[in-house]
Design a protein around this ligand. Structure first.
Ligand code: PMP
Length: 281
């Protein structure tokens, strides 16, 4: 009971889990990952996360040594072993440990790591009040649609935002096109419609983002993916972030400019109520 890890066939306490210093995940970020949360101890949108993991792995030519069925069993076992009410599941696959050299190593076994920790939700008061973000030039690598561990630009952007008193950073292209935040997708609400930047290699195809977009028709809301400029966000009635950990989180200011009336808007609140709060009740 407590934080649990799975490494290449074995479960152990997270504090005991070790990988080699020659692991290519550590040395080259030669690795892909997923982050998954549970609701009522059930991994949420697991099939979709596993599909994206396969797409990411295929994009970097990394074979996954386990079937989806086996991974699902291991995920359930990790959740059970952790004993937590709600669990954050982190899954990372690397090209394995091998003598350091750039080419793919011959014969190295992929490293499969999963960790199971208590899920931490955004505090209710933060969700009620909303957060501020800052925009910044996007200097990340060119294949942000691959969920790779090449996250240094994301790490630096998040820290810069925190240092400047914002909650997060939004990556914006040279043409003022908005992509996403450091670890979530972004949406705008305008005249009751809900839009998110259209898919490209500058955006991670968010599982939560898809879940929201696919839920819109059922909720009687128009929207989907389209080209979004920073000015569109600034002129929007509401802006919100979306992700596995973030769920939906209202943005009340960008670069110090107030969004809408500076409060978390009704559509953002409704989407949280209908798509996330209902999962925990
Ligand atoms: N964009 C980035 C850069 C992310 O790291 C994440 C979080 N994994 C997301 C978007 C949201 O994706 P998801 O809904 O699958 O968590």
């Amino acid at each position: 009971m407590g934080d649990v890890a799975y490494i290449n066939g074995t479960f152990c306490e997270l504090s005991q889990a070790r990988v080699s210093v020659e692991d290519r995940g550590f040395q080259f970020a030669d690795s892909v990952y997923e982050g998954i949360t549970t609701y009522r101890r059930e991994p949420f949108l697991l099939t979709e996360h596993l599909r994206r993991l396969r797409n990411s792995a295929r994009a970097i030519h990394l074979p996954i040594p386990l079937s989806d069925e086996r991974i699902t069993e291991l995920v359930r076992e990790g959740v059970r072993r952790s004993g937590y009410d709600e669990v954050h599941i982190y899954m990372q696959l690397t090209r394995g440990a091998a003598s350091r050299s750039h080419p793919f190593p011959a014969g190295a076994e992929p490293t499969v790591v999963m960790t199971f920790k208590a899920a931490i939700r955004v505090p209710a008061d933060v969700r009620a009040q909303g957060v501020s973000v800052m925009s910044r030039p996007d200097n990340r690598w060119g294949s942000c649609n691959v969920k790779s561990v090449m996250l240094l630009p994301n790490v630096l952007a998040k820290q810069e935002a925190l240092d400047r008193g914002a909650y997060d950073a939004l990556f914006v292209g040279p043409d003022q096109v908005v992509y996403e935040a450091s670890s979530s997708n972004v949406f705008l609400v305008r005249a009751g419609e809900v839009w998110t930047p259209q898919r490209s290699d500058k955006i991670l195809p968010g599982i939560t983002c898809d879940y929201i977009v696919e839920s819109l028709p059922r909720l009687g809301i128009l929207g989907g993916g389209r080209l979004v400029y920073l000015d569109d966000l600034l002129a929007a009635d509401e802006v919100f972030l979306a992700g596995t950990t973030t769920e939906t989180l209202g943005v009340v200011s960008i670069d110090g400019k107030m969004i809408g009336d500076g409060q978390v808007g009704p559509v953002t609140r409704r989407l949280y109520e209908e798509l996330f709060a209902s999962l925990t009740r």
